[in-house]
Design a protein around this ligand. Structure first.
Ligand SMILES: Cc1ncc(COP(=O)(O)O)c(C=O)c1O
Length: 423
């Protein structure tokens, strides 16, 4: 995003033109930014550990156009569900290009995963007997809970450590692999998800050491050669102005150093190193373009926009911060105001107080930053406020990659028994 002569551009396209052509609210993705983010991180990690691959965690943003960009860059897919495996297949990725990291899997999930030949990443050994009963997977890993987790998003998002629902307890990892080996599985990997939106580079080597101390002992004792170790996602981005971003080169250098030293310490055959970030690739590569519809002066001044918690759930869900710009007014004097969407929920009042231009008027274009990860993917239809459009910008070109929902989408899949239609 750039501000030129007070006008906001995404790529080379003015947000005003996006609003005119596609309406509001609209998610706008910058293709070049996604590619730049990906290449920077890939270069950093492969420089220090050449046998390295990213698997993009598609849950963060599942628009097939976006997923195709990451596929073109060489990423595999981290899928959390059967439908995400189907999405991978739709864009031409299957088998061991897909990591299936669902949790609390149903029989149908397991059967579909086995049929697809994806890498099974089990969240708990209690699932193993059904996996083996339905047909042994070619290659299997366990999601290890390394006993520690961290989140810069909020404590609810901490996905490892004692309060997480995910992963195999560190004390159960040895038995989990033993059971898998006894069941006749011959190819193995290991996985963890270290945390969420971490911007401190040293955290990644710290948590890599924790995982490798668990996995190294398993390899040594059970004589298992791990084909891959997947260090999960969690590469963070800054959300607040002035916040420092992750030094990915430093994180990569430290992670590779820790990894190689643990591989040596436990006498492992060097496994492929994998990671499955999402936020780092797409988080800062999308903005929501919305509009001010009315301004209320009550206990405080509230700017009413069409960007509600249904459009962007993160602020209401996690108390997440997203920076806001007003097209054409960034140089104007500021005052403290609130900002909200149009839903009948007070959590939709997602900015209680922020310095914004005092000149804001009805019809102004609002731009919300860092909306690419867990943005559209978490949007919903509450109050009949339907999901927004998605647009991809490449330089001066722009493409509609998901049309705005309409009434038919709200009632699609519903049916009314005949007796209710009468009277
Ligand atoms: C298993 C797994 N892998 C990868 C990710 C991607 O995380 P991030 O977007 O923080 O990189 C997630 C996110 O929740 C996840 O659950």
């Amino acid at each position: 995003m750039r501000i030129v002569k007070n006008k906001i551009f995404i790529g080379d396209v003015a947000v005003k033109d996006i609003a005119t052509e596609y309406g509001t609210p609209t998610y706008v993705y910058d293709e070049n930014k996604i590619r730049t983010n990906y290449r920077r991180a890939l270069k950093a990690f492969s420089k220090h550990y050449p046998d390295f691959r990213f698997f993009y965690a598609v849950k963060a943003c599942n628009n097939p156009a976006i997923v195709n960009i990451l596929r073109q860059e060489g990423a595999g897919i981290d899928a959390a569900s059967v439908n995400e495996i189907k999405l991978a297949k739709k864009i031409g990725l299957g088998g061991e290009d897909v990591m299936f990291s669902g949790n609390f899997l149903s029989d149908d999930d397991i059967r579909f995963g086995l049929k697809s030949g994806v890498i099974f990443n089990l969240d708990d050994p209690s699932i193993l007997p059904r996996v083996v009963e339905f047909g042994k997977p070619e290659i299997l890993s366990f999601r290890v809970n390394p006993g520690y987790g961290k989140s810069n998003v909020g404590e609810f998002v901490t996905n490892a450590g004692p309060n997480a629902k995910f992963g195999v307890h560190p004390d159960q990892v040895m038995d989990a692999y033993r059971a898998a080996k006894d069941a006749g599985i011959t190819r193995f990997g290991a996985h963890m998800m270290p945390g969420s939106c971490i911007t401190e580079p040293e955290y990644f080597s710290f948590i890599t050491n924790l995982l490798m101390d668990i996995i190294g002992k398993v390899g040594k004792k059970l004589k298992i050669q791990f084909e891959f170790i997947d260090l999960g996602g969690g590469l963070g981005i800054p959300y607040r102005p002035g916040e420092e971003g992750l030094n990915v080169e430093e994180a990569a250098k430290q992670v590779a150093g820790a990894f190689k030293s643990k591989v040596r310490e436990y006498g492992l055959k060097p496994p492929r190193l994998m990671m499955e970030p999402a936020r780092y690739f797409v988080g800062n590569a999308a903005w929501i373009v919305g509009k001010v519809h009315s301004i209320k002066k009550s206990y405080k001044k509230i700017i009413g926009t069409d960007i509600g918690m249904n459009t962007l759930a993160r602020p209401a869900m996690y108390g997440a911060y997203h920076h806001i710009y007003i097209d054409g007014k960034e140089k104007d004097p500021r005052e403290k105001v609130g900002l909200c969407g149009q839903l009948c929920e007070n959590t939709d009042f997602w900015v209680k107080e922020r310095e914004l231009p005092s000149t804001i008027k009805e019809g102004d274009i609002v731009v919300v930053e860092n909306a690419g990860a867990y943005g559209f993917a978490m949007s919903y239809q509450y109050n009949g406020r339907l999901r927004p459009a998605e647009v991809l910008v490449n330089g001066k070109d722009h493409y509609l990659i998901r049309r705005r929902e309409e009434f038919g989408d709200m009632v699609r899949n519903t049916s009314v028994p005949d007796y209710l239609k009468k009277g």
